[in-house]
Design a protein around this ligand. Structure first.
Ligand SMILES: [Zn+2]
Length: 78
């Protein structure tokens, strides 16, 4: 599976603690045009200390697992 982002895998990315601890799915994604920073949040409101800094690669690895799980339940294998 190819890395689907134009940005480098080590691009600074903000995620909330819920996604970091896999307590919530990614429901809100934003990409800041100015500094290129990504944000992946669960859609709830957060305190500043609930925002965590990871790499884009980290989110990709997480999302890859989530996508796989989703496909697993909906795809019929021939
Ligand atoms: Zn959250």
């Amino acid at each position: 599976m190819e890395f689907p982002f134009y940005d480098s895998p080590d691009t600074a990315t903000i995620i909330c603690c819920h996604i970091l601890e896999r307590q919530a799915p990614i429901l809100y994604v934003s990409h800041d045009e100015d500094d290129g920073m990504w944000q992946f949040l669960c859609g709830e409101t957060h305190e500043t200390d609930e925002a965590k800094l990871v790499s884009l690669k980290w989110v990709f690895d997480l999302d890859k697992a989530a996508t796989f799980l989703e496909q697993d339940s909906t795809t019929v294998f021939c």
